[in-house]
Ligand binder design. Structure first.
Ligand code: NAI
Ligand SMILES: CC(C)[C@@H](O)CC[C@@H](C)[C@H]1CC[C@H]2[C@@H]3[C@H](O)CC4=CC(=O)CC[C@]4(C)[C@H]3CC[C@]12C
Length: 368
């Protein structure tokens, strides 16, 4: 972004800009990136809410497109100073095939990289995931780890495999010469489990609790810690990295950063109850109400049912062997790398994050 500070004329592209995280990145950029001239939002499915954004001073360009189509990506990237690549298939429920997950998450990311190189875009931020690290197939805990903590990152599930491969492609592309002769600068952000306004899984749990008479039944020991991060803080880290990447390219280029905040370390279920409790739900049991082997059996049964029913309908419950394994394995991070490298501090406190999420569950359900 040579002399971008003087021109105040930056063009950003956000892929997946209509998704849960993407929408927050889009709104955060419009609120907190004063150098924006144009904000391009590239997504397979454009949201109707985009229209309300077109009345402001920044040119908002909605582009309906598919990251698996290289020519569509190149057309969207051409002329952009920064690309924030959040688009992906976040599927751990068997809704799509492993091939499709790979095509979108890996080939789609490769298409974004090549588009940057061919059109001269120099700054690429990739939304990776904690799942690139773990939990691994051995179910080994990752307790308050950081970007340098030794951990056997071995995966079998298509989603973490695709995220790990895509992240590697992005980091290896750092330094490649782009059109115009300057180097591409890339980095990858690894959010832990994201929550907040628009989190569909939180809504699924809420609906499940309503169906069960206002109750949810504990399946995972309270001692299993999960790190979670508020979506607004994830969006903020993306905005901050995009702003600092030019000036700190030597330090930040080719780096990965865990993305988390001051949200408390709790079991996945107990954490969800921080929001679902104030919305009238109760978590039954101080310990799992059924033995783990029975949960494993039920999860396997869900996989069998999904396979049998596939010709008729998509059966994709929350409980399957992979989600059970992840939920049952401690994974928390504790690191100051993002603060040291580009001054990241969470924009939203835990209290604010919690209040905003509770309000969303209450009103989203009310409006549903
Ligand atoms: N939800 C979470 O807890 C976490 C998510 N992430 C990552 O954050 C990113 C965003 O995730 P979410 O917002 O949760 O998912 P999401 O499913 O809400 O958003 C993904 C967006 O990408 C779009 N998309 C999917 N396939 C596409 C294609 N072929 N071409 C163009 N657009 C396409 C979708 O339409 C959607 O708007 C993903 O890369 C995910 O791996 C990372 C860590 C945690
Ligand atoms: C049915 C019960 C066992 C219940 O507790 C299952 C919860 C399960 C749906 C979630 C537990 C952990 C979640 C994952 C975690 O937050 C890490 C993730 C990172 C991502 O990049 C995408 C989402 C996810 C895989 C997230 C998905 C939902 C869980 C598996």
């Amino acid at each position: 972004m040579a002399n971008s500070a003087q021109t105040q004329e930056l063009v950003y592209l956000v892929t997946g800009g209509c998704g849960f995280l993407g929408e927050h990145v889009v709104r955060m950029l419009l609120q907190r990136e004063p150098r924006l001239r144009e904000l391009r939002i590239f997504d397979l499915h454009l949201g109707p809410w985009l229209e309300e954004l077109k009345t402001g001073p920044v040119q908002v360009t909605a582009i309906q497109g598919d990251v698996t189509q290289a020519h569509e990506v190149a057309a969207a990237v051409a002329g952009a100073h920064v690309v924030i690549h959040t688009a992906g298939l976040v599927d751990v429920f068997g809704k799509t095939s492993p091939e499709t997950i790979h095509e979108v998450n890996v080939q789609g990311t490769q298409n974004v990289i090549e588009a940057c190189v061919q059109t001269g875009t120099r700054f690429l931020i990739y939304t990776s995931s904690m799942e690139v690290v773990g939990p691994n197939i051995k179910g080994q805990p990752f307790y308050r780890g950081n970007e340098n903590t030794p951990y056997e990152a071995v995966h079998r599930h298509p989603y973490p495999c695709s995220k790990a491969l895509a992240e590697r492609l992005v980091l290896e592309a750092n330094g490649r010469e782009v059109l115009g002769g300057l180097p591409l600068v890339t980095c990858a952000l690894r959010p832990t489990g994201i929550y907040g306004e628009g989190h569909q899984i939180m809504k699924d749990f809420y609906h499940q609790g309503l169906r069960l008479g206002g109750r949810l039944f504990r399946a995972i020991p309270a001692s299993v810690e999960h790190g979670r991060v508020y979506v607004g803080n994830v969006a903020w880290m993306h905005v901050l990295v995009a702003r600092e990447l030019e000036h700190r390219a030597a330090l930040m280029g080719g780096q990965v950063y865990f993305c988390y905040d001051n949200s408390p370390y709790k079991s996945y279920e107990d954490f969800n109850m921080e929001f679902l409790g104030p919305c009238g739900l109760r978590l039954v049991g101080t310990r799992p109400l059924m033995p783990y082997w029975l949960l494993v059996l039920l999860a396997a049964l869900n996989t069998l049912l999904q396979w049998l029913l596939r010709p008729l309908l998509l059966y994709a419950p929350l409980l399957n062997p992979y989600t059970l394994a992840v939920a049952n394995t401690t994974f928390t991070v504790s690191t100051d790398k993002a603060r040291r490298h580009f001054g990241y501090e969470p924009l939203f406190s835990w209290e604010e994050s919690r209040t905003r999420t509770i309000h969303w569950v209450q009103t989203a359900e009310g409006s549903a």
